[in-house]
Design a protein around this ligand. Structure first.
Ligand code: ZN
Length: 483
């Protein structure tokens, strides 16, 4: 482990510790005067020992960090905060109110998973030392939430002597923010903007992202550099076709979706297109307690959603929460499932319906239970609404071949499988270039983060053509100083 000593820096300096030429583990350290703080503290995703070691050991002393500024509640941006707290970080975690609420739900769920994994490793006596203890526990999560200090959008806040932060709506996830910093040093003010993840202005679910705050240095995400998303018109036309065909067969449409963000967007559009007559009215079942809790947080922040979004997402959440099992509303075709037995009944029942379940890449989550009962039925369809990583069950469903293997046996792949990977909450190449358009004249330094090298380079090439010539794609441990 490399431990970086706390340094005194006259000019703000950024060190890239994660999401550098990669898309996970977002974490950048800013040093100025006697202050050292982090932009994000995300988990490196993956099962390899390198990911585990990077998550477990920080390249600096956590107690030396004076504050964390958090862009949003996706785990690749916030998921290692409880470990930072566990290892001695006692400062404030600054974020928007909605991010704090989502953080409590997401980190508690992660702690439960880490504790279960550690228990299993203990039982099978896994020899590697880093699997002996959970990365963090529920107790660490509670302390993390206690350290959160919430700051609404667009309210400047001085969190360290001479350093102001302002959160600007990034339109990527409920509560997501670009982080605009001002350093008031002797004789010169310097500005830094960290975009976090940027949303899609055209998605029409959350409020559209605000303009990117001008700065001397911009750290910008590049996840979808060089790529364009399917339009909403294409998505609705394709979905309409799949739903109509499946219902003609009296089948089910199974949609695996991540509980945070993707489920809410997909449900919003399903209901909206039903209301507009674009797809038939059928029951929508949502099998994910996590998604239900997250949807309730959306209900608390209607001002963060575009007007029709709040309407389509909120109606079912006003139901009587004391009812166990399915929560129903006569005006709404949405039913939140909270009970496994109820989920099984719906899974085996012959009924035309849409079933949204946790498990974006189909590797884990409740969608697997529904595959067991429905994947080998040619009346049904599986609609994949997220990126499917190579090797994942979702990717294998898309590949040619009559069967897939999960839960220790081979299953016939007789349901239709459709790829609708256009619901992304990330800005695409066109959106990213439009964010930079108003900043052309100011010639900021730009560092592209949070993107695989190929995609970051595609964005970099287009930005250089547009005059952003002080532009690099930093590697992990690289630094940049604001002159
Ligand atoms: Zn994100």
């Amino acid at each position: 482990m490399q431990v970086v000593r706390k340094a005194t820096s006259r000019s703000p300096t950024v060190t890239f510790w994660g999401a550098a030429q990669a898309v996970t583990g977002s974490m950048h350290m800013v040093e100025w005067a006697d202050e050292r703080f982090l932009l994000d503290c995300g988990l490196v995703m993956g099962w390899g020992s390198e990911a585990q070691l990077r998550n477990r050991f920080f390249p600096f002393a956590p107690a030396s960090i004076s504050a964390v500024l958090l862009s949003h509640a996706h785990v690749d941006h916030c998921g290692n905060l409880p470990n930072l707290v566990r290892q001695g970080f006692t400062g404030p975690i600054l974020c928007t109110p909605a991010t704090r609420d989502l953080l409590g739900i997401m980190l508690a769920d992660s702690a439960r998973i880490h504790e279960n994994e550690a228990h299993v490793a203990d039982v099978i006596a896994c020899p590697e030392e880093f699997t002996e203890r959970p990365l963090f526990t529920g107790k660490d999560v509670r302390r993390t939430i206690e350290q959160c200090v919430t700051i609404p959008y667009d309210e400047p806040h001085e969190f360290a002597p001479g350093v102001m932060v302002r959160f600007v709506d990034a339109g990527h996830l409920l509560g997501s923010a670009m982080i605009a910093l001002r350093f008031n040093g002797p004789g010169k003010e310097r500005r830094l903007t960290f975009t976090g993840d940027l949303g899609r202005p055209s998605l029409g679910f959350l409020r559209p992202p605000a303009p990117m705050p001008p700065a001397d240095l911009i750290l910008c995400e590049s996840t979808y550099g060089g790529r364009l998303h399917q339009s909403l018109e294409e998505l609705s036309a394709k979905l309409k076709q799949v739903v109509a065909l499946t219902f003609d067969r009296n089948g089910k449409v199974l949609i695996p979706a991540f509980s945070l963000g993707r489920t809410q967007i997909v449900v919003h559009y399903l209901r909206r297109w039903m209301a507009e007559g674009k797809i038939p009215h059928v029951p929508i079942y949502i099998d994910s307690p996590l998604a239900a809790a997250i949807s309730e947080v959306h209900d608390r922040y209607p001002e963060c959603l575009q007007a029709p979004s709040s309407e389509f997402l909120r109606i079912p959440l006003r139901n009587d929460p004391s009812r166990s099992g399915i929560r129903k509303n006569s005006d709404s075709p949405i039913h939140f499932i909270r009970d496994r037995r109820e989920a099984r009944d719906i899974s085996v029942r012959r009924e035309a319906c849409i079933l949204v379940a946790s498990g974006g890449m189909c590797e884990a989550g409740r969608i697997i239970n529904h595959f067991e009962h429905n994947l080998d039925d040619p009346r049904n369809s599986v609609v994949l609404v997220s990126y499917q990583a190579p090797g994942s069950l979702g990717r294998k469903l898309l590949e040619r071949g009559p069967t897939v293997t999960f839960r220790g046996r081979r299953w016939n792949k007789w349901a239709d499988v459709v790829d609708l990977n256009g619901f992304s909450g990330h800005a695409d190449q066109g959106d990213l270039l439009r964010f930079f358009e108003p900043l052309k004249g100011s010639a900021p330094r730009v560092r592209l983060v949070h993107g695989d090298l190929q995609h970051a380079e595609a964005l970099a090439e287009s930005l250089r053509i547009r005059g952003f010539t002080d532009l690099e794609i930093p590697r992990r441990e690289d630094t940049v100083t604001l002159a």
